[in-house]
Design a protein around this ligand. Structure first.
Ligand SMILES: *[C@@H]1O[C@H](CO)[C@@H](O)[C@H](O)[C@H]1NC(C)=O
Ligand SMILES: *[C@@H]1O[C@H](CO)[C@@H](O)[C@H](O)[C@H]1NC(C)=O
Ligand SMILES: *[C@@H]1O[C@H](CO)[C@@H](O)[C@H](O)[C@H]1NC(C)=O
Length: 954
């Protein structure tokens, strides 16, 4: 006799029992948000009285049983967010009473058949988004005259939008974005005067935006970004008084924006004209309501100065004017904008100075003003912009010194000041920026020594100091940094020898020390720097033989010219003879001269260190063990099966002594600790000098996430035993894996032959499963935010284990989804540079980069950059062959392995698409990689091009 079965929001698992069909009086079933698996039982078709069926957010799979169409009384059917697939059953034509149909977030395929649609005349809300429906949108959609909501976004619908859509007079929300719709927007659509939200972005729509848009007086959201619309914006677009959000970026629109745009739209919050060919001045009344939060007009031909009303938009959060021909003085163009997070003024002709008032925009995380004619000094007040992560002021006319205060920008990740007239020495405080990954001070007048010693520039991955007047030696400590991309010290006055310690930079790609006064020989250890694809030692005073083997086998032309004392087989050098020996003798003398004093120092240092250890340490340890008892609250979430205290970890690492350090990165150092039980764990200590640096709410959500993660048991996710905070630092305790990181395996000295193609494919698969699990099976879902080769660890059998989740979240400045740059340079999705909206799709991008890096044996930066330039085919690269892109250290794969490799690269390229919406989900990727349902090689392996794999075949 049961009429209503409601078990929603529980943790029920397993299949829905077939017996459910026996409860024949059921009118309503609510099983949403459980973990139910398997197919929808066909016996549901026996429930002839059923009106309401809600199975959302489970793990149901297979296709919809056609028997469901027998429930002809259904008015509400919600199957969203499952793993359902297949086509809609033809029996759905019998659901003539259906008012709401929600199938979003599944893998449905096939067309939306007219024979179904034409019977759904009671439909109020039709939501089919995020599936793989294809074919055209049937004209019969025009029969659903009661529709309020029509969501077909993120599918594969093609052809043009049927003009019958104009019959849906009650429509308030229409979203067809993310399909392959083409042709013009039907003129009838503009008569839907009740529309509140119209979203057609990411299609191939052509034609213009007609003056009829002026009739849509209820329109609040208008988004047609990323289509091929052309022509001018109609004048009466300014009449849309309800408008809140107006987005036309990435089209082919031109002409002036109507000069009264914004005048009658006081609620305008979001405006984007970016990436079109607009010209003329920006409307001066654009922000007449002062509500504007997001204004992006980058990539047009706008001229003139900035609208004066901007100064008073105190709610501004994102502003982009970059890449236009704006002029005018920017000194006072902005006011105090406490919510401003992102501002880009680069590539214009602005003049004026950098106002100290920027210090009051406390939330700016990215500020770029490169390539203008801004002058004056860099105000020391910028040091108060504590959220700043990226500062780009290159190619302007700045003078004076770098203010010491910039050393207070503890979140700073990228600092570019090249191409100015800055002078003086580089302040030591810059070296204390523990998150700084990219530093470019090239092309200035800096003098003095390179300020690098131990404990500075902990996270630096790219360093450019070229074209300055720096003197002194190259500090050997540079070899201890984490440099991966660039080390350019060229065109300075550096002297002394090149330290052989630099050979430790095994992930470095470009090394340039040319045009200095360096002497001595080129250290032979450099032969093992196998990531180097460009190096330049030219125009120095180097002597002796050029080392042979390794990277020196394919030395770039002219890498050694201008060193009269160098000899060897390379181009432009004389063959080595007796002169080589002479310089060896000199070296011996130098060696003795250096060795004796260094040994003396070493003895003294050891004695001091021993005294310190024996005097201080035991006491410290005791204190720590004691205090760890009193602070037991913090350690309360240590995993039950692994018992240990913080004191024990302090003891095991001798109070976090460097010798137990097994890795370091932007967020802190990792130590290896052997517990009394014999168990070995990895302890990550996070660089948060003061826990008040972390907003309380971040900390709370971090702790919640960590609690979730301590319960995660997944083969490809590292076990997290627990965490605690002490002495203002946070400590995370993980399972320890002997083999270390994927980065080490890819770039380390050993392990070459072991990382064969089969192993690499396995690693990619495991990583995909780990991310799919975090995104889809954790509740709440976890976005990793920092997927890189260094955050994937390997077990003895090379099974990958994802590590370091949660950390990035803690350190982002904001707990909402609008977050700041967190993640590793080179792995971050391009949209994070301008939207900062971290979603699971940013993880998908990073995954794609890592997958390509695994297959290529080097970072895919260049290839991705050229693919991103335009999402169009690689012009100069039509010939780029897959076989040339793959890791050349291995024999090309053959047979099934070749197919697997092609498949991985294809999926990885899809994951790195510029538009987040067009990247697949991790769930899809993981399933595809395991099932490999895609067609096999259609042409010989050796002939496959990258364009073919990106689907941009000519
Ligand atoms: C559907 O789910 C069940 C239970 O999780 C599983 O055993 C089965 O293999 C899945 N079927 C398909 C086609 O994925
Ligand atoms: C190294 O730097 C010099 C001067 O800065 C430059 O001319 C040269 O092209 C650079 N070498 C390489 C290989 O990029
Ligand atoms: C180059 O080295 C020689 C000795 O090795 C020295 O005499 C000479 O002054 C050096 N030249 C420069 C420009 O440093």
């Amino acid at each position: 006799k049961l009429k209503h079965l409601n078990l929603a929001l529980n943790h029920f698992s397993g299949p829905i029992p077939e017996d459910i069909g026996l409860i024949s009086g059921l009118q309503r079933i609510d099983l949403l948000t459980n973990s139910l698996e398997g197919p929808i039982p066909s016996s549901i078709g026996q429930l002839r009285e059923l009106k309401h069926l809600d199975l959302r957010e489970n793990s149901l799979n297979s296709s919809i049983p056609s028997e469901l169409g027998l429930c002809t009384n259904l008015t509400y059917l919600a199957l969203a967010s499952n793993f359902l697939s297949g086509e809609l059953p033809l029996s759905f034509s019998k659901l003539t009473k259906i008012g709401e149909l929600g199938l979003s977030g599944n893998s449905f395929t096939g067309p939306l058949l007219p024979s179904l649609v034409s019977n759904w005349t009671e439909m109020v809300s039709l939501q089919l988004q995020n599936n793989s429906f294809s074919g055209n949108i049937p004209a019969e959609i025009g029969l659903l005259t009661k529709l309020n909501v029509l969501f077909l976004f993120q599918n594969k619908f093609t052809a043009s939008i049927p003009s019958e859509i104009g019959n849906l007079k009650d429509l308030t929300d229409l979203d067809l974005s993310g399909n392959q719709l083409s042709g013009p927007i039907p003129i009838t659509l503009w008569s839907l005067t009740n529309l509140h939200s119209l979203q057609l972005f990411n299609n191939n729509l052509t034609g213009t935006i007609p003056p009829e848009i002026g009739n849509m007086m209820s329109l609040a959201t208008f988004d047609v970004n990323t289509n091929q619309l052309h022509g001018e914006l109609p004048k009466n677009i300014s009449l849309l008084s309800s408008l809140e959000s107006f987005s036309v970026f990435t089209n082919e629109l031109s002409g002036d924006v109507p000069s009264d745009f914004g005048k009658h739209s006081p609620n305008l919050v979001y405006v984007s004209f970016s990436n079109n060919s607009f010209s003329g001045e920006l409307p001066q009344e654009l922000c007449s309501g002062f509500a504007l939060q997001n204004l992006t007009v980058n990539g047009n031909n706008f001229i003139g100065s900035l609208p004066a009303c901007l100064r008073n938009c105190s709610g501004l959060s994102r502003v982009r004017f970059d890449g236009n021909q704006f002029t005018g003085n920017i000194t006072n163009a902005f006011g105090v904008h406490p919510s401003l997070e992102f501002i880009a003024l680069s590539d214009n002709q602005f003049v004026g100075t950098l106002s100290p008032q920027w210090a009051e925009c406390k939330n700016i995380s990215s500020m770029s003003m490169a390539r203008n004619r801004i002058s004056g000094q860099i105000p020391p007040e910028l040091g108060q912009m504590t959220q700043l992560q990226s500062l780009s002021l290159e190619a302007n006319d700045f003078i004076g010194q770098i203010p010491d205060e910039l050393g207070n920008l503890s979140m700073l990740f990228s600092l570019k000041l090249s191409g100015n007239h800055l002078a003086g020495s580089i302040p030591k405080s810059v070296g204390k920026l523990t998150k700084l990954e990219l530093l470019d001070l090239s092309d200035n007048n800096f003098t003095g020594a390179i300020p690098i010693d131990s404990g500075t520039f902990d996270s630096l991955t790219s360093l450019n100091l070229s074209h300055n007047k720096l003197s002194g030696n190259i500090p050997a400590e540079i070899g201890n940094l984490e440099l991966r991309y660039l080390l350019d010290l060229s065109s300075n006055f550096l002297t002394g020898e090149i330290p052989s310690n630099l050979a430790k930079l095994t992930q470095l790609e470009v090394l340039n020390v040319s045009n200095n006064h360096l002497s001595g020989s080129i250290p032979s250890a450099f032969a093992t720097m196998r990531s180097l694809n460009s190096f330049d030692f030219s125009y120095n005073n180097l002597t002796g033989p050029v080392p042979t083997g390794g990277i020196f086998q394919k030395a770039p032309a002219n890498a050694f010219v201008g060193n009269s004392g160098l000899c060897g087989a390379s181009e432009g050098l004389s063959a080595c003879s007796s002169s080589g020996k002479k310089s060896n003798k000199n070296n011996n003398k130098i060696l003795i001269g250096v060795f004796v004093p260094v040994c003396g120092l070493l003895v003294i240092a050891t004695v001091i260190a021993l005294i310190l250890i024996f005097r201080k340490k035991p006491k410290l340890l005791d204190d720590e063990t004691k205090s760890s008892k009193s602070e037991s609250f913090d350690s309360s979430i240590w995993e039950r099966e692994v018992k240990f205290t913080f004191g024990e970890i302090v003891k095991a690492t001798e109070d976090f002594d460097e010798k137990y350090c097994i890795g370091k990165g932007g967020f802190g150092r990792v130590y290896k600790a052997e517990l009394i039980s014999g168990q070995i764990v990895a302890v990550k200590r996070l660089n948060v000098s003061n826990s008040s640096d972390i907003p309380a709410i971040n900390r709370q959500s971090f702790e919640n996430e960590i609690k979730t993660l301590t319960h995660v048991r997944h083969r490809n996710i590292i076990r997290l035993f627990g965490f605690c905070s002490r002495r203002g630092s946070m400590f995370l305790v993980y399972e320890y894996l002997e083999r270390g990181s994927l980065g080490k395996a890819l770039y380390g000295v050993e392990g070459d032959d072991e990382l064969g193609w089969g192993t690499r494919v396995k690693i990619v698969q495991g990583l995909a499963h780990a991310l799919s699990y975090l995104h889809n099976d954790c509740s709440p879902p976890v976005v990793h935010r920092d997927v890189s080769v260094n955050n994937v660890l390997l077990e003895c059998d090379f099974e990958p284990r994802l590590a370091d989740f949660g950390t990035a979240k803690l350190l982002s400045s904001d707990s909402t989804s609008w977050t700041n740059v967190a993640g590793s340079y080179g792995y971050m999705a391009p949209e994070l540079a301008f939207t900062m909206r971290v979603t699971d799709k940013s993880d998908v991008y990073s995954f794609g980069v890592v997958a390509l890096e695994i297959m290529m044996g080097r970072h895919p930066r260049e290839m991705l950059e050229s693919l991103l330039e335009s999402s169009k085919p690689l012009k100069d690269n039509t010939e780029l062959l897959l076989k040339d892109v793959l890791d050349q250290r291995l024999e090309p794969p053959t047979g099934e392995l070749a197919e697997a490799v092609v498949f991985v690269v294809t999926i990885a390229l899809a994951c790195t698409r510029a538009q987040p919406e067009s990247r697949p989900t991790m769930r899809y990727v993981a399933q595809e990689l395991s099932a490999r349902t895609q067609p096999y090689l259609s042409e010989p392996f050796g002939a496959l091009t990258i364009n073919k794999l990106t689907g941009h075949q000519k």
